[in-house]
Design a protein around this ligand. Structure first.
Ligand SMILES: [Fe+2]
Length: 340
C-alpha cells in the first residue's frame, strides 16, 4: 500500500557517506512533514529507489565506490521523475555545473551549506516533482488541482486559472480555432501560471508596487513552468501558452519580447483571457473592475493585445460571460495588472 503514504508526504532522499552530514540533515528536516530517507552509500540509495517513489534526492558528489554524478545518472534511469539535487564542495563547482548541463541535476548546493537555502531548494524540488507528475498524467483534473495548489500561494488568484481557461476556450471557438488546438489552449490556460509555484509567497502577495528586483523574480514564472512542461513532453501549443502568455503585440512583454504574429496564436488568445480576468478580479492593490469597466480598459489595449481577437472577444465572448458570471467591485479601471 505505497500510494496512500506517498500521497500524505513527499519522499525526500539524502545520500552522503559522512554520518555527521546525515545527522545534520535529520535535524534540519525533522519538522518539515517530508518522509525522509537517509542513505550512507549510493548503492544503498539505488536499492531503496527500486521500491520507494522518491520525489527529491539530495546527493553528495565525492563518495567511495560511485561519484555523485554517476549516482544521479543511475537514479535518472531507475526513477526519471525524481528531482535531483547535487551537493558539492565549492572547489568542485565545475563538476556540479557540468552535471546540470548534462541534466543529471536540477540544482546544486555547495558545502558547507546554508540550512535555509537547503530547505527552500528541497521545497522547490518537491514543487517541481508535483508539477512534473501532474503534467505527465495527461489528466485535466490533475492540471486543475495543480492550478489550485498554485492559487493557495496567492489567494488573489483563486479560480483564476479555471476562468482564464473558460474565457480562452470561448475566444478560441469564436475565432474559428478547431480541435485539437482548442484542448491545448484550455490545458495551457489552466497551467499558464504553474511556474508561480517557484515564486516566494511574500513577492506574490505584496500589497503594493513591486521593486524591479521582485518583478524580475515574477518574470521567471513562464520559463520555470515551460522547463517542466518540456520535460513532461506536453504538446507544443500547451508549452506556447505557458511560455508566451505575457508577450505583448508591441514587443514590450516577457520573457522573449516577441511582437505581432511572432507570438503564437494560442498565446495571444490566452493573453486576452488572462488580462480580462485580472481586470475583473480583486488584486492586493485594487478592487475588481465590472465587466463594463474591464471592456473599456481592454479596448484601450489594442496596441498590446491582438486587435482582431479583441474585437471577437468584445463582440462574441463578453455577451456570453455577462450572462454566465456575476461581477464584483466598482472601482475605476486600472491597467496596473498588465505587467505582473
Ligand atoms: Fe502569468
Amino acid at each position: 500500500m505505497n500510494e496512500p503514504l506517498e500521497k500524505r508526504a513527499p519522499t525526500v532522499m539524502f545520500v552522503d557517506d559522512e554520518p555527521w552530514v546525515l545527522t545534520a540533515f535529520q535535524r534540519i528536516f525533522e519538522d518539515t512533514g517530508y518522509r525522509c530517507i537517509y542513505c550512507s552509500s549510493p548503492s544503498e540509495a539505488l536499492e531503496q529507489a527500486k521500491s520507494v517513489k522518491v520525489w527529491v534526492v539530495v546527493s553528495d558528489n565525492q563518495m567511495p565506490g560511485m561519484s555523485g554524478i554517476d549516482f544521479l545518472c543511475n537514479m535518472r534511469k531507475i526513477s526519471p521523475d525524481t528531482v535531483r539535487i547535487m551537493m558539492t564542495a565549492y572547489a568542485n563547482l565545475g563538476v556540479a555545473i557540468s552535471a546540470i548541463n548534462r541534466s543529471e541535476a536540477f540544482r546544486f548546493i555547495t558545502k558547507p551549506w546554508d540550512n535555509d537555502e537547503l530547505l527552500s531548494l528541497v521545497e522547490e524540488g518537491v514543487a517541481r516533482h508535483d508539477i512534473l507528475t501532474s503534467m505527465r498524467s495527461r489528466d485535466e483534473s490533475r492540471y486543475r488541482s495543480l492550478a489550485q495548489t498554485v492559487a493557495l500561494k496567492d489567494p488573489y488568484t483563486r479560480g483564476h486559472c479555471d476562468r482564464v481557461a473558460d474565457y480562452a476556450e470561448r475566444l478560441a471557438r469564436a475565432a474559428g480555432v478547431e480541435e485539437p488546438l482548442i484542448t491545448c489552449i484550455r490545458h495551457g490556460s489552466i497551467l499558464h501560471d504553474c511556474g508561480k509555484i517557484g515564486v516566494p509567497e511574500e513577492v506574490l502577495n505584496f500589497p503594493g508596487k513591486l521593486t524591479l528586483e521582485e518583478f524580475e523574480i515574477i518574470k521567471q514564472h513562464p520559463d520555470w513552468g515551460t522547463q517542466v512542461a518540456r520535460e513532461a513532453h506536453m504538446p507544443e501549443a500547451v508549452v506556447n501558452v505557458i511560455l508566451y502568455h505575457h508577450e505583448r503585440i508591441d514587443g514590450s512583454g516577457y520573457p522573449a519580447g516577441l511582437a505581432g504574429e511572432a507570438i503564437p496564436l494560442e498565446a495571444r488568445i490566452a493573453a486576452i483571457a488572462d488580462v480580462f480576468d485580472a481586470l475583473t478580479s480583486d488584486r492586493p492593490y485594487r478592487k475588481a473592475n465590472t465587466f463594463g469597466e474591464a471592456t473599456a480598459v481592454l479596448n484601450g489595449l489594442a496596441g498590446l493585445l491582438d486587435t482582431r481577437l479583441l474585437e471577437i472577444f468584445n463582440k462574441k465572448v463578453i455577451p456570453e460571460l455577462t450572462d454566465q458570471y456575476p461581477t464584483a467591485g466598482m472601482s475605476s479601471p486600472s491597467p496596473d495588472h498588465l505587467y505582473p
